[in-house]
Design a protein around this ligand. Structure first.
Ligand SMILES: NC(=O)c1ccc[n+]([C@@H]2O[C@H](COP(=O)([O-])OP(=O)(O)OC[C@H]3O[C@@H](n4cnc5c(N)ncnc54)[C@H](OP(=O)(O)O)[C@@H]3O)[C@@H](O)[C@H]2O)c1
Length: 225
């Protein structure tokens, strides 16, 4: 099984790489810079881990990655990369550059990559983007982080529009990983990376052979868009 994790240097992305390697998959990990944790994993992965350098926001990333695989051979594409955005969550004070980076990274670039790589997906493949329950418009849980929540709501909206327009044969998921103890989640987050990742992988694998879009948490529960 071929698994690609986009944004794999640390946190949930690194955990997904470890989990899929442990399950015997061939994994491609995309990172922005050389990474000691992945170098260490490579030493034990027996040729099943390939680390590629790139930036999700690079408009040529998808075209470059297309050359890595023949059509129909990518089983799982997981766009994990995401940022919290400006420290000042009040949109009134955020700069245009900060807002552009937030919405490009969290919403536009993931869908751009899905669109370019869709022809490489296996018939029973799964495409997934790391979203957040803060992106749920109906739950409206983003009172403290409205910009971040809006960027994930934009991701969810773009994902649904893309699936409706493109109708890919495989499942396309927006995933909430829980509130996870990472650099982004912070030290007081209650969920360990390993627990989040175990749940995310089980949730992804349960969708094999299905089509359409779904917004799910790491325990496989459907969330309202
Ligand atoms: N932790 C939580 O509680 C939580 C909750 C809901 C949703 N999420 C979502 O889950 C995903 C992973 O979060 P995390 O907690 O693991 O965050 P994290 O520890 O901050 O890791 C973020 C990852 O994204 C990568 N990244 C960011 N921008 C990138 C870009 N332009 N190109 C390539 N890689 C990029 C980072 O790489 P660098 O090392 O190069 O910066 C890093 O590997 C994110 O999408 C996040 O929004 C997290």
């Amino acid at each position: 099984m071929n698994v690609w994790v986009i944004g794999a240097s640390r946190g949930i992305g690194l955990g997904l790489v470890e989990r899929y390697l442990a399950q015997g998959a061939q994994v491609l990990a995309l990172v922005r810079a050389p990474n000691a944790a992945l170098d260490a994993l490579m030493a034990t992965a027996k040729g099943r881990l390939r680390v590629v350098t790139g930036d999700l926001c690079d408009p040529d990333l998808g075209t470059r990655l297309l050359e890595e695989l023949r059509p129909g051979s990518l089983d799982r594409l997981i766009v994990n990369a995401g940022i919290m955005g400006p420290a000042e969550e009040d949109g009134q004070w955020a700069t245009a550059a900060e807002l552009g980076e937030l919405f490009l990274t969290n919403a536009v670039a993931p869908l751009r990559l899905l669109d370019v790589l869709a022809p490489r997906m296996a018939a029973e493949g799964v495409m997934a983007c790391l979203s957040s329950q803060m992106g749920s418009v109906s739950l409206a849980r983003s009172a403290e982080m409205p910009l971040y929540g809006a960027s994930k709501a934009a991701l969810n909206s773009l994902l649904q529009s893309w699936v409706a327009g493109r109708q890919p044969p495989c499942a396309v998921l927006a995933l909430h990983p829980g509130w996870v103890r990472t650099e982004l989640g912070g030290a007081s987050a209650p969920v360990e990376v390993a627990d989040s990742v175990a749940g995310l992988v089980a949730t992804i694998e349960a969708r094999v052979g299905q089509s359409g879009s779904a917004f799910l948490d790491y325990q496989g529960q459907a969330l309202p868009w």
